[in-house]
Design a protein around this ligand. Structure first.
Ligand SMILES: C[S@@+](CC[C@H](N)C(=O)[O-])C[C@H]1O[C@@H](n2cnc3c(N)ncnc32)[C@H](O)[C@@H]1O
Length: 284
C-alpha cells in the first residue's frame, strides 16, 4: 500500500487497484472501494472481467498483426499488463501507457525502466494533441502504420461528448488501426440498477473525478468511424471468452444473478477501415 502523505482523496486508479487485489492503493482508496462494494457487491467481479477482457483484446490484436498500442487511462501496473501480453506473442511490440494520475505514471515508469519498447507518460485523454505529439509517443509509435488505441474503463471519467473526443484520435490513425473501448452502462435489471446508481453516487462523493454511465447507444456511437469486430458491443465477459469465467460465480451474492450485474460493463473493438470502405463502418 502507498504512503498516505500525498493523497487524502480516493482516485479511480487506486480504487480499481484495490478491486483487482493490487498493492498500489492508499488506505483512502481502500475505504472508498469498500464503501462502494457494500452498495454494489459485484464491483470486484466487474473489475476482474474488465481486466480479463483487456488481455483477450490484446491477444486478439497481436494475433491479427498489430504491433503498436496506445493505452490511455492505463492505471497502475497490474497482472497481465498490455506490454507483457503483447510481448508474449510479439517481443518487438511497442506500447505507450498514458494516465493523468502522476502516481500511476511513476509506478509505470519504474516497471518499465529497463524496457526499450514500452513507456508510460502523464497525459489527459481530453487533450489528444498533447498526447499524440508527445515526444515519447512519437519516438515509439509510427502513426503511418496501424495502432491499437485502448480506452479501457477510462471514458466514464470523461464527461461530455466522448464521441467527438474519440474521433479526434481516430483522425490520426492509419487504416487497419483499432479502437478498443470498455465502458460502464446502467444495468437493465431494475434491482441491480438501483444498487449500481447508489454505488455510483457514493463513488462520486468519495472520489477525485466523476464517473458517468453512458447508454448502450452512446457507447456504440464511439465506434461510428470503425467497423465493429464480432461479436460487436457486448458485456465484456461475453466478448470472445476463452475459458469459463470466474466473475460469474465470483460476483454472485444478494440473490441477484451475477450476469445481470456483470452486464454493466460493455466492451467492443472496432477496426479503422481502408479509405473508400467507410460505408461499412457503424454509421451513427
Ligand atoms: C478504472 S481505471 C482503468 C485502468 C485500465 N485501463 C484497466 O482497465 O485496467 C481508470 C484509469 O483512467 C485514468 N483516467 C481517468 N480520467 C483520465 C483522463 N482524463 N486522462 C487520462 N487518464 C484518466 C485514471 O487515473 C485511472 O487510472
Amino acid at each position: 500500500m502507498q504512503s498516505q502523505q500525498h493523497q487524502d482523496t480516493a482516485t479511480p486508479a487506486g480504487i480499481y487497484d484495490w478491486l483487482l487485489g493490487g498493492h498500489h492503493h492508499t488506505r483512502t482508496d481502500a475505504d472508498a472501494a469498500i464503501t462502494a462494494l457494500k452498495t454494489f457487491p459485484f464491483l470486484c467481479g466487474v473489475a476482474r472481467a474488465n481486466r480479463d477482457w483487456l488481455q483477450r483484446v490484446v491477444r486478439f490484436l497481436v494475433a491479427g498483426g498489430v504491433r503498436q498500442f496506445l493505452d490511455i487511462g492505463s492505471g497502475y501496473p497490474a497482472a497481465g499488463n498490455v506490454h507483457e501480453i503483447a510481448h508474449e506473442h510479439a517481443p518487438g511490440a511497442r506500447v505507450v501507457y498514458v494516465d493523468r494520475e502522476p502516481a500511476t505514471v511513476q509506478a509505470g515508469r519504474t516497471m518499465l525502466a529497463a524496457a526499450a519498447t514500452a513507456t508510460c507518460i502523464e497525459g489527459d485523454l481530453r487533450s489528444p494533441d498533447a498526447i499524440l505529439n508527445h515526444p515519447e509517443v512519437r519516438e515509439l509509435l509510427d502513426f503511418d502504420r496501424p495502432v491499437a488505441l485502448l480506452m479501457v474503463s477510462v471514458l466514464p471519467f470523461v464527461p461530455g461528448n466522448a464521441t467527438d473526443l474519440v474521433d479526434r484520435y481516430l483522425a490520426h490513425l492509419a487504416p487497419g488501426s483499432y479502437l478498443a473501448v470498455s465502458h460502464a452502462t446502467a444495468a437493465d435489471d431494475e434491482h441491480v440498477r438501483r444498487q449500481q446508481v447508489a454505488a455510483c453516487d457514493r463513488y462520486n462523493a468519495d472520489v477525485r473525478g466523476t464517473m458517468t454511465l453512458r447508454t448502450r447507444e452512446e457507447i456504440r456511437d464511439l465506434f461510428h468511424r470503425t467497423t465493429l469486430v464480432d461479436p460487436g458491443l457486448v458485456p465484456v465477459a461475453d466478448w470472445r471468452p476463452d475459458r469459463a469465467h470466474t466473475p460469474r460465480t465470483h460476483a454472485a451474492g444478494n440473490g441477484i444473478d451475477s450476469s445481470h450485474a456483470l452486464a454493466v460493463q460493455l466492451g467492443a473493438v472496432g477496426r479503422v477501415p481502408e479509405p473508400g470502405q467507410e460505408q461499412h463502418g457503424n454509421q451513427r
